[in-house]
Design a binder for this molecule. Structure first.
Ligand SMILES: Nc1ncnc2c1ncn2[C@@H]1O[C@H](COP(=O)(O)OP(=O)(O)OP(=O)(O)O)[C@@H](O)[C@H]1O
Length: 962
């Protein structure tokens, strides 16, 4: 409005009523007299207008009725009131708002034959007559009247001024709101023209005879009069403006009861449409009457969508509710009155609609632009400048902090790398040292392995060692002496005088412990450096060492350092022990370049212990080099020892910690990968107490079975690829991974096909599993199994996992079905399964049929169909059909491959593949331990001989698992 001419504005303001204000819908009630039919039928009049605003139910209400007997509205009109009076006393003010540029609407609402058309015809004529009169009295303004008429018949919009019956479309215009496409607009010339157009509408409108009304309107009629006006004196000038508004005369079709109207066929269908759209209207009104919170279902019918602005929008609205006084219509009348009660609570917010000329608009925008430019040029207030400075400083600090973190992470990465190198070098030294067994080792000069008998102290020392190691390793090439005392730890024995041997100068991490309590340390920090260590650094290490878990007993019977060889414990920096005879105190110095070896063993350490330690170190290195450190373990005994040591000596540095060190990254994907890796692959299940002997045997023979998943080939490549992918988020790696996985799936498919018969023999009956008893006493479960159980359950919560014996397992991700991703890997000897039957995303036949579905309905259907099929064995043809329909993996090699290909071809989203891969890798571990799980949880899904037993088995299995 900024550029609207001043005179124009003044004129507008003079002629318009108070604009842009919220007001309630005006609700008028009109009671018609009894119709001739009703009089003939001797109908009683139950309603009476007792004053201008109240209508009263005269009959006695039934006992307990909750209906009120009196209703009050803005205005009520008795049966003997003329339409003119209704117009003058009620609708006129609102209807004539249109000439002031304010949208307005007049509705007639009521049951069939209550007088809506009768009323609206009169109201329309009165309004248009007054509009013409207004125009004649305001010759200073130029008016344009555009007349259009539509009807909504059976939810289709028809143009009443056109003979074309093609339904019109409703479009959402960003400026005008909802508009009817291609509706005919006639420029209204004069009164006669109006009469002519109204008669066309009347002729075109669908009416039909019903029992209640000979000329019953079968559609909602909307007559729209658009009025545009401009001051003549500004016409054509650059600052001219136009007022533009429309008035709607809405004659709704009447609600009717089929039983009362006795309508059939087309009438009945029309009646249904009418009632449905009126129901939507009343719902909208009811919702609006309670406020505008929440969704308003305007779009549920064409009527409400078209009338949206009139219902709570930019319009002034009056609703005339027409009533029949007859007793036979009392229920319908009450409904109308309830509608009216809601409607009177609805507010609209009408405003004057001014349309600027292009020139006026340009001028206005130019002014606005100039204002903004001047705002920009003017100096900002001092306070805001201060804010910016403070903000900048804060950001700078953040940047500095991040840079520090980056440096720290880089350091940690270097440290980890150095450590690996050190270990490798140390092995070289140790190997050399063996050749010089028997030599005296008392002249050692370094302190880097201190064995500490006390658990807690060991832990604390471990922290310190971490610190030293971190700083010392990098400096190793130039620092000859390693100090462990400078960290205020008197237990570290430091003998600088012994560090004079130049051959030690390069041996960066060779341990040389002296003293009673020994802590293994990779420390290598010089005195000066240690002196310079800051508290901040210490904190850092403390944080780091939070990753070190101390579990189980701190006392060991044996010298057990080979826990390091367990992948989970890799990264352990402090080992404690206490032998009954040998209270650990050991000094080992390993010379550089293998030139010489010096050992010093105190308090009873023997060469045998050292030999064992060498083996352990070797294992440690293998564990560092191989992503599956224990993959190559073949001896059941050594595995059992691993298990035992990992239980009692659980100085496990967590994988996440290791990941941080190795990669200097903490991305979620990396962590995911690390989580997978942290699952002990094979070791722990072997010491499960109470497991039948036969199971262990089977497990190992299973491990050597060529058809099973081997950690050394496809699986290990899968997992390592998965981890790498997760860590680097490298698309190339992902592709490599996918290719590997794909290959693996195919290999497994082939192998499975070849060895199907053998594997089937290994399946056991759930219901008979003796290990069920173990489930009753979970407190007896080993810690590792409990963890395993949790991980598995967590996995099931994140995705729908279906596992099937001897065929495939699939991941069906939750979410948008169209976006779902299916992944399948052919596996061998899967021995546990999700609660597939109850959840419904899987069904099986003889352990072979798997179905997937991606929506609730599909799942249900599928489950029903498949549960029928499950009751009998499928023919080849049926299996084929199942495959065609659902992509179900079947028991032929070719089909499995087809399915694998099909599944892989669907895996488009690389990110999700990565995610899936991580989960698959994890699942494979579970799968490998399938027998262990079966032994423990009684999980197996082999088809049982009777349905009852099967369901019992399932229930029992899942209940105990979850
Ligand atoms: N206030 C009134 N005074 C006299 N007669 C009336 C009045 N209201 C309605 N009538 C008569 O009642 C009959 C039904 O009226 P009308 O067709 O307007 O009802 P309606 O509500 O439009 O019905 P429908 O919804 O079926 O189209 C008509 O014959 C009309 O002349």
């Amino acid at each position: 409005m900024g550029a609207v001419g001043a005179e124009e504005l003044m004129k507008m303001e003079k002629m318009q009523p108070p604009s842009a204000r919220e007001e309630k819908i005006l609700v008028l009630v009109r009671l018609r007299p009894l119709s001739e039919k009703e009089i003939t039928a001797d109908e009683a009049t139950d309603w009476e207008c007792i004053n201008d605003t109240t209508i009263l139910y005269r009959n006695t209400l039934r006992e307990g009725s909750t209906f009120p007997s009196a209703y009050t509205f803005d205005r009520v009109f008795r049966g003997d009131c003329s339409t003119r009076q209704v117009y003058e006393d009620g609708a006129k003010e609102i209807a004539l708002s249109v000439v002031s540029g304010i949208n307005s609407s007049i509705f007639a609402y009521g049951q069939t034959s209550s007088g809506k058309t009768y009323t609206m015809t009169g109201i329309t004529e009165c309004t248009v007559a007054d509009i013409f009169d207004y125009i004649h009295r305001h010759e200073e303004r130029a008016f344009v009247l555009k007349f259009s008429a539509m009807e909504i018949y059976n939810e289709a919009i028809r143009d009443l001024l056109s003979t074309d019956n093609t339904p019109l479309r409703l479009l959402d215009d960003p400026e005008k709101g909802v508009v009817v496409e291609k509706v005919t607009e006639e420029i209204l010339k004069d009164w006669n023209h109006l009469k002519e157009l109204l008669s066309i509408c009347e002729a075109q409108r669908r009416i039909g005879e019903t029992l209640l009304n000979e000329k019953s309107s079968r559609s909602h009629q909307i007559i729209r009069l658009m009025i545009e006006s401009s001051a003549r004196e500004f016409l054509g000038k650059e600052n001219s403006t136009t007022l533009s508004a429309s008035v709607n005369f809405v004659d709704l079709a009447g609600s009717e009861r089929a039983s009362q109207a006795l309508s059939t066929g087309a009438r009945l269908k029309e009646g249904c449409h009418i009632n449905r759209s009126l129901l939507t209207l009343s719902t909208v009104i009811r919702k609006l009457s309670k406020g505008r919170n929440g969704h308003i279902n305007y779009r549920d019918s064409k009527l409400t969508r078209m009338l949206q602005p009139c219902l709570g929008g930019n319009a002034r609205t009056a609703i005339i509710c027409t009533l029949s006084p007859a007793r036979s219509h009392v229920e319908q009348t009450r409904n109308t009155l309830l509608f009216a009660c809601c409607a009177k609570e609805v507010t609209t917010k009408a405003q004057v609609n001014v349309v600027m000329s292009d020139k006026a608009l340009v001028k206005h925008l130019q002014k606005e632009l100039a204002r903004l430019e001047s705002e920009l040029r003017s100096p900002a207030p001092a306070s805001s400048t201060c804010d910016y400075v403070a903000l900048l400083r804060k950001k700078d600090l953040q940047i500095q902090k991040m840079e520090r973190e980056i440096r720290e992470l880089t350091k940690q990465r270097d440290l980890a790398q150095s450590r690996v190198e050190d270990l490798l070098r140390m092995v070289g030294c140790d190997q050399d040292s063996r050749q010089e067994t028997g030599r005296n080792h008392n002249s050692h000069k370094q302190v880097s392995d201190i064995w500490e008998g006390e658990y807690s102290e060991s832990e604390a020392s471990g922290v310190a060692d971490l610190h030293r190691m971190k700083n010392g390793v990098k400096k190793s090439n130039t620092t000859r002496f390693y100090d462990t005392e400078s960290e205020n730890n008197s237990e570290y024995l430091y003998h600088p005088e012994n560090n004079e041997d130049p051959t030690l100068s390069d041996c960066t991490s060779s341990p040389l412990p002296i003293g009673k309590k020994v802590v293994r340390s990779y420390s290598g920090k010089s005195l000066e450096e240690n002196a310079g260590a800051t508290t901040e650094d210490s904190d850092e290490y403390c944080r780091e060492v939070q990753c070190i878990e101390m579990e189980g007993s701190s006392r060991f019977k044996n010298f057990e350092s080979h826990a390091l060889s367990n992948g989970e414990n890799e990264g352990t920096l402090a080992l404690t022990y206490e032998d009954g005879d040998v209270t650990g105190q050991e000094m080992i110095s390993t010379p550089v370049n293998g030139d010489r070896e010096e050992r010093r063993i105190q308090n009873g350490f023997t060469y045998g212990a050292l030999e064992q330690r060498l083996n352990n170190v070797q294992k440690t290195i293998e564990s560092l080099v191989s992503p599956y450190p224990d993959a190559g373990e073949s001896s059941p005994r050594s595995l059992a020892e691993d298990m035992s040591s990992s239980r009692s000596l659980s100085l496990a540095r967590s994988r996440s910690c290791r990941a941080k060190l190795m990669a200097g990254s903490s991305s979620p994907s990396l962590e995911k990968g690390e989580q997978i890796e942290s699952t002990p692959p094979n070791g722990f299940e072997k010491n499960f107490p109470g497991r039948p002997e036969g199971f262990q045997k089977k497990l190992f023979s299973y491990g050597t079975n060529t058809s099973s998943l081997s950690r050394n080939d496809s699986l290990s490549s899968l997992e390592s690829a998965s981890i790498k992918t997760s860590a680097d988020e490298d698309i190339t790696s992902i592709q490599t991974f996918v290719a590997g996985l794909n290959k693996m799936a195919k290999n497994q498919a082939q192998e499975t096909g070849l060895q199907a018969d053998n594997s089937e023999k290994n399946v056991k009956d759930v219901g008979l599993d003796p290990m069920h008893e173990a489930l009753e006493t979970p407190e007896n479960w080993p810690v590792e199994f409990e963890r395993q159980r949790r991980e598995l359950f967590q996995l099931w919560q994140t995705c729908n996992v279906s596992l099937v014996h001897r065929t495939y397992f699939f991941l069906l991700f939750r979410g948008d079905p169209s976006d779902s991703i299916y992944m399948g890997v052919e596996l061998k000897r899967l021995s546990f399964l999700k609660e597939s039957f109850s959840q419904g995303n899987m069904a099986m036949q003889d352990g072979r049929v798997l179905s997937l579905a991606s929506s609730e309905r599909a799942l249900r259907r599928e489950r029903e169909t498949l549960s029928k099929l499950m009751r009998r064995r499928l023919s080849a043809d049926e299996r084929n059909k199942l495959y065609q329909k659902w992509g179900i993996g079947l028991n032929s090699k070719r089909r499995r491959l087809q399915l694998a290909n099909h599944l892989w071809s669907n895996t488009k989203d690389m990110n999700r593949i990565t995610e899936s891969a991580a989960i698959i890798a994890k699942l494979i571990r579970f799968v490998e331990q399938g027998d262990a799980l079966k032994g423990m949880f009684g999980l197996s899904f082999t088809p049982l001989t009777t349905p009852r037993r099967r369901s019992l088995g399932w229930k029992h299995s899942m209940a105990s698992l979850l």
